[in-house]
Ligand binder design. Sequence first.
Ligand SMILES: [Zn+2]
Length: 504
Amino acid sequence: MRPSALFLLPVLVVAHDLHYNLHARQAPPSASLPSTSAASAAPTGSGSPTLSPPPTVPVTLQSTNPTAVPLSQITANETSQPTIALQSTFAAGSIPTGIPGAPPLPNAAALVPANYPPLDKTPPTDSPQVQQWIQQVASTGISIPNISVTTGAAACSANPAAAADTSRCWWTCGGCTRPSDITTCPDKLTWGLTYDDGPGFYTPNLLQYLDSQNLKTTFFVIGSRALGAPFTLQTEYMSGHQIGVHTWSHPPLTTMTNEQIIAELGWTKQVIKDITGLTPNTFRPPYGDIDDRVRAIALAMGLTPIIWTRLSPVATFDTGDFNINGGTISSSQVIVNFENIIANATTINTGFIVLEHDLFEQTVQLATGYILPEALAHNPAFSLKPVINCLNKPLSDAYVETNNNSTNPPPGGVSKSFPLFFRQRTNRLTCIYRLCGCDTLIGCFWLQPSHWIGGGEVRWNVDGWPPFGHDVYRVGHWHGRFNRWYCYRAVLRDLSLVICIPPY
Ligand SMILES: [Zn+2]
């Protein structure tokens, strides 16, 4: 019998205000910022180029790359440049530097695409893998709020009731965040650099530029793209960039059922692990489309959301570069958006996270030709780094298998039931389930002699629970029987749990 969860996830019931006063410089009202308004945070890139080109606007820049493609040529209809080869590739078995404990690099050439879902579609939810992930989510005991699925492209205008329902904390409509969402870097002038939706054909150009400037970034990876470009993903990873989950097929997640969200995130985690050897513990919801239902599912899957900084409906740190390829914004307007972002960035007391994309040729041309050179020339200087580093954590903390759970406890001050290899003994003892940080009790369990905890460490953690002292030590797993109460903090998979074992 699986113990039931008695408490809701605290972060989901805490009222939340926007982190910022809206005193930062706003984008000029005349500047159309299609991708930064709340209403258009929904998908915009699916259309074909419009008949009339989007308006160009005057641009002033301190610095550009001498080899930059002229802005006037960075358009939806531009003639594609030849792609370049990756500057470096890595043999299977290579060990990444900078990630202590990382396993040898898998053999990407051995990937079998037939073992994965069809590209660019939400994966089926009836496969054995997805069914297993659904079970794992259920076994965490994390309560998934019963919030209705949004319709269409998750646009606020198409979902007025949901948009008006502040209790669901829907970022798309109003920018609501929870404390578990990462939306900024803590230190002023520190820039969490992020590129989404790749790996793309022109990602090697971006990697080359980043290398030339000794910059590292965070890539939020589409599972379908990773399967198509595994060597590019390996180079990103082995070069010291952070890899995060984006989804398998890039849907607005609030439009998906719980099972579909699990499939989208699960397959992306899986393919990244198969290619790099490690599983990311962060994800970015496409379009920033997240509510408390999506948050709870992601949490149960060990994924912390990272969005981008948003000061107000017209001052979000989205360059809008995604929409050049769709023909709905000019490259010069993206530059203006970017200039507004950095103007706002200098007015706030924290750092910030900016959204860019490496999927399209145009977005890479803008990044390498204009945005990054301008960022590097800025005075006062920005410190550009992957989000994990801007949070003052080591790169190894960005992955489930190498995260230091002591210094970077996984999110989970939450209610949990316990995995199936424990059986609750309710006939003799009153068992207590307590919500915890990472070091308080959640329950009482009877451990059969043949049972054991695999895949994680177990610590005695008896602090404050009579009649025990304060011993804390580790065992690899449990065997045997117990004749008194034992209290444990267990780190299983990526969840921190405390178990109390009753007499046996
Ligand atoms: Zn995206």
